[in-house]
Design a protein around this ligand. Structure first.
Ligand SMILES: [Zn+2]
Length: 299
């Protein structure tokens, strides 16, 4: 007779003092996403920094990410900033040639809630056109710079995305001060004036007072791995994917920084020395696919 361990994959969040059971028959596909921008693309600056091409780091850090993904045989979703794709035309073809999904991060890295509807549509179209010509396929996924798209602040943006042929958005992180505070932590289908659009929030960990950003940024860099893994397992038990996000600058522990406030600097650049080993651990232990593939399985 099969033992409990044989019937289930038994995992233990020891520090929390209880067990998390994951049925071996449960779908357990997750996603790693990368916002393709350079180290100086930080939202909300009074003036956009001018950085010489010799100081750009995005190419070498994308190469590190591509090597990491190839080592684990994982396909990821790359949300590419249009101005980066335009300035480095070899970048998107290189990522696409390895079978990864190319999605859109807008063109200029301006916050969506500071744009007019026409400006947002122009950002989407301009980046979509660049990606189509460089990868051979139009993007079907969007992520807003700094989670600046939400039903509360930019309800019109979902209608525009659906009208422009997008199948999903991954911007509404349910965190206290950004994204969509109080929003659903599971993927869900939105009705828009122009048809349905999937919303796929990144992984968060529900805590008594607030959700914790365990899916990326400073949260993925500093929260203990047992908490992050427990969150993956809990999401998978519900049948949800755990969606992680990275930035190329996080692949470089001592990379350059802009002079920011202490809080903004911590969020953008904060301890990066073990990001690679943390991501390696996740790629080794869990199954990953692109967001586009996940949406296909839901339709
Ligand atoms: Zn960004």
């Amino acid at each position: 007779m099969a033992t409990l361990r044989q019937r289930c994959q038994l995992t233990c969040a020891e520090s929390m003092g209880y067990f998390v059971l994951v049925s071996s028959s449960m779908p357990r596909l997750n996603s790693l996403t990368i916002d393709v921008e350079d180290w100086y693309h930080v939202c909300g600056l009074a003036k956009e920094p001018v950085v010489r091409q010799s100081e750009w780091r995005v190419e070498q850090n994308i190469d590190r990410l591509l090597s990491l993904l190839a080592r684990h045989g994982v396909k990821a979703t790359f949300f590419v900033l249009g101005c980066v794709a335009e300035s480095i035309p070899s970048l998107v073809p290189r990522i696409s040639a390895e079978g990864h999904e190319i999605a859109s991060h807008g063109f200029s890295h301006r916050l969506v809630y500071t744009l007019t509807e026409d400006e947002f549509r122009e950002e989407i179209r301009r980046t979509g056109s660049i990606i189509s010509s460089q990868s051979g396929e139009p993007p079907v996924g969007f992520r807003a710079p700094q989670w600046s798209l939400s039903r509360r602040r930019t309800p019109w943006a979902f209608d525009i995305l659906a009208q422009e042929g997008y199948l999903y958005d991954s911007s509404c992180t349910p965190l206290p001060f950004i994204g969509e505070p109080g929003g659903d932590i599971s993927p869900h289908k939105l009705g828009t004036l122009n048809g349905p659009l999937w919303e796929i929030p990144p992984l968060v960990t529900a805590a008594p007072l607030i959700n914790l950003p365990t899916g990326g940024g400073w949260g993925l860099r500093i929260f203990p791995m047992w908490l992050i893994e427990r969150s993956v397992k809990l999401a998978n038990i519900k049948g949800d994917p755990a969606v992680f996000y990275l930035h190329p600058r996080e692949m470089e522990a001592d990379g350059p920084r802009l002079g920011l406030s202490a809080i903004a600097s911590f969020a953008a650049y904060g301890p990066r020395s073990d990001v690679t080993s943390r991501v390696e651990q996740l790629l080794e232990r869990y199954q990953f696919t692109t967001l586009r593939n996940l949406v296909k399985t839901w339709q």
